[in-house]
Design a protein around this ligand. Structure first.
Ligand code: ADP
Length: 254
């Protein structure tokens, strides 16, 4: 009798361990509610070249007046891919866009979706878009989109589902929703072609490392509230910091 009970007890123990771990995992996971806020940044805070600025002004114009494209019989923008090296201001630019039009900024990172339970990532994507719609539109920012949108290898069911949810949400956009999805990556070549198709991330903006003049302007911005010695020469600093990104300049000044 006693011996027969053993496997059962063992099984119960296993079940107990499994469920308690799963519960713990669920709690540790960030919830589907992505906090949104209206950033206080504007385009003034971001040093970018003229072409990028004009592309961003275009997006701003749409967010301010979501009907404008449809009135002209054109397709409104949906997804914009910002690509370039880390620390060049992609996040800052997305925040500034939301700040310019005083609308919500909803941020997630592609790497948040790695290794969550199947289906959870997809439902988080859906609730993210629902929230953005409910709050009257704004900017959805997906950092590290490459973690989510790598070329498909059929090896990762979870990523596949999350990516499909994203594509479905983007297909279901209406111009009047006034939502723009900005996604950032430093590896655009690794992205799944499905992401780059018409009506998805069909606009691309390259954000490169700043040139000398850009560095000078950035140094001006980042030293604005710092007390500098009288012999600090910003021009010379800009000349000597070739290949520095905005983030590196900011940290050097600090
Ligand atoms: P990325 O998203 O491209 O990795 P971030 O937007 O996170 O870069 O940049 C980090 C910080 O570096 C910013 O908060 C800002 O202080 C500084 N920075 C980077 N690029 C710029 C820029 N083009 N203009 C002004 N500040 C910048």
């Amino acid at each position: 009798e006693k011996i027969n009970m053993l496997p059962l007890v063992f099984l119960m123990f296993l079940c107990f361990v499994f469920f308690s771990r799963q519960k713990g995992g669920m709690e540790a996971m960030p919830s589907g509610d992505t906090a949104s806020h209206i950033p206080d940044k504007t385009f003034q805070d971001v040093i970018i070249d003229k072409d990028t600025l004009s592309a961003m002004e275009d997006l701003k114009c749409y967010l301010k007046n979501p009907d404008i494209y449809e009135e002209m019989g054109a397709r409104p923008p949906r997804g914009v891919l910002l690509y370039g090296p880390p620390g060049t201001g992609k996040t800052l630019l997305a925040q500034a866009l939301a700040g310019e039009v005083k609308k919500g900024f909803f941020a997630v990172s592609g790497s948040d979706f790695v290794q969550v339970y199947v289906g959870v990532g997809a439902s988080r994507i859906r609730s993210l878009f629902k929230k953005a719609r409910k709050e009257g539109g704004g900017v959805i920012f997906i950092d590290e989109i490459d973690a989510l949108g790598k070329k498909r290898d059929n090896a990762n069911d979870e990523r596949e589902q999350t990516l499909n949810a994203l594509l479905t949400e983007m297909n279901g956009f209406h111009g009047k929703d006034g939502i723009i999805v900005l996604a950032a990556t430093n590896r655009p070549d690794t992205l799944d072609a499905a992401l780059l198709r018409e009506g998805r991330f069909d606009r691309r903006i390259e954000i490169g490392l700043p040139d000398r003049e850009g560095r000078e302007r950035m140094l001006m911005v980042h030293t604005k509230n710092k007390h500098l010695a009288s012999d600090v020469d910003i021009k010379e600093m800009a000349a000597r910091t070739a290949l520095f990104s905005g983030a590196q300049l900011e940290s050097m000044v600090n």
